[in-house]
Design a protein around this ligand. Structure first.
Ligand SMILES: *Cc1c(COP(=O)(O)O)cnc(C)c1O
Length: 383
């Protein structure tokens, strides 16, 4: 966690630029997902600072709300959760470096085994510590990221039977295109996964916990829910793609706000900000907001984005700087200290992560995860 955010997570001293996370909203999203996928269980995905919402507070909420499992990308994220007192199972989804294995075991983190070689390393490390490693096997069915190829997967499943310090609790795969309108590739991946899974009944062995669905799979492919689903972005109330089937009602939990720091009138012929990329042809009122690309408000939003001040949308003008940016009120009014909404719900309809993403030429995932730890997080609601 961000030490500054902890020290200053007091509203009296918090900087005017901050993120508000609505915990009741997150709880509602988890409940909506559970209702949709039941009896499949839910692994709440908390990587990248819980998609910008704050790793530990979101994890604590998910535990209180009865999430079955937590998922993170890296060992470090798992250790932070254990240090924060989180006791429920945590799967680390990313690849592992050999020398890290004892740390996974010591912190009771579930490992992803993406190859026979890694599985053997896990087995050896667990044997050396006299422990049992809890493992999920990873099968690549068409993402070409990590995991044993589906056409070789029997080698990994076979090897797992001879690793006596490994408990294969789960087996999983990941979709490359479940957010597409055309689900042919996603269906092919799911079919390949099912073919791999036939290994277990054929050998008369118990089936490990099977999981494949990310948010898009949850929304668009009910047959992919299997035993467990892995929602990330949907948990935070954002749809993975604009045209995804919205079969689960969720609401965005995050609002990014700042306050007017400076007000002035800018005359024609007097361009605004670095590079002088914008000027007005008449006198206009321009405000300065204390937020910039150093907080994760993309520089690509220069002369593209809008913000909401007093319920009205106004354009960002000139280049976004590292710590400040300018907004053209034209003939509108605002005073120093007025609230400015950069992202999220609010008067005037709010600004969605989809909208910010399209202005910046990216996806809502990157908008959320890019809000960096310099921006304090405040938590509302008590779910
Ligand atoms: C990030 C991730 C997810 C969650 O993806 P969303 O699209 O945010 O739901 C699920 N599984 C794996 C393996 C991931 O890396």
């Amino acid at each position: 966690m961000n030490p500054e955010a902890v020290i200053f997570a007091d509203e009296e001293v918090v900087r005017p630029t901050h993120v508000e996370v609505d915990l009741d909203c997150l709880a509602g999203n988890l409940a909506a997902i559970r209702a949709h996928v039941g009896p499949a269980r839910v692994m709440a995905i908390l990587k990248a600072n819980a998609y910008g919402h704050g790793l530990v507070p979101v994890a604590q909420l998910m535990v209180r709300q009865g999430a079955d499992y937590l998922g993170v990308a890296f060992l470090e994220e798992g250790i932070l959760l254990r240090r924060a007192g989180i006791r429920i199972p945590i799967l680390v989804l990313g690849g592992i470096a050999g020398e890290q294995i004892p740390l996974f075991l010591r912190h009771d983190l579930t490992l992803t085994a993406p190859s026979v070689e890694k599985l053997r390393l896990i087995d050896e490390a667990a044997a050396a510590l006299g422990m049992q490693a809890r493992v999920h096997l990873k099968v690549d069915t068409g993402m070409e990221r990590i995991g044993i190829h589906y056409y070789n997967a029997h080698l990994l499943l076979e090897a797992s039977l001879t690793c006596h310090h490994v408990q294969v609790e789960g087996i999983y795969s990941h979709f490359a295109n479940a957010d597409a309108a055309d689900l042919a590739h996603a269906r092919l991946q799911l079919q390949r996964f099912h073919e791999v899974l036939e290994f277990y009944p054929k050998r008369g062995l118990p089936m490990p916990m099977r999981h494949m669905a990310n948010s898009a799979g949850i929304l668009q492919l009910p047959e992919s829910h299997l035993d467990l689903v892995r929602p990330g972005i949907l948990l935070y109330g954002v749809y993975p793609a604009a045209d995804c089937i919205r079969s689960v009602p969720v609401q965005a939990a995050l609002t990014w706000k700042s306050r007017v720091a400076y007000f002035k009138v800018v005359q024609p012929g007097h361009p605004v900000s670095y590079g002088s990329t914008w000027q007005s042809d008449r006198p206009v009122r321009v405000i300065t907001i204390p937020v910039g690309y150093g907080d994760g408000y993309f520089r690509a939003l220069s002369n593209k984005a809008e913000v909401i001040v007093r319920g009205v949308r106004h354009p960002v003008v000139g280049r976004v700087c590292m710590d400040q940016m300018m907004v053209n009120l034209d003939q509108g009014t605002a005073y120093n200290g007025d609230e400015v909404i950069l992202l999220g719900a609010g008067p005037g309809g709010g600004i969605s992560a989809d909208e910010l993403a399209s202005w910046a030429g990216t996806i809502p995932y990157e908008v959320l995860t890019n809000i960096n730890t310099r921006v304090p997080r405040l938590y509302r609601g008590e779910a």
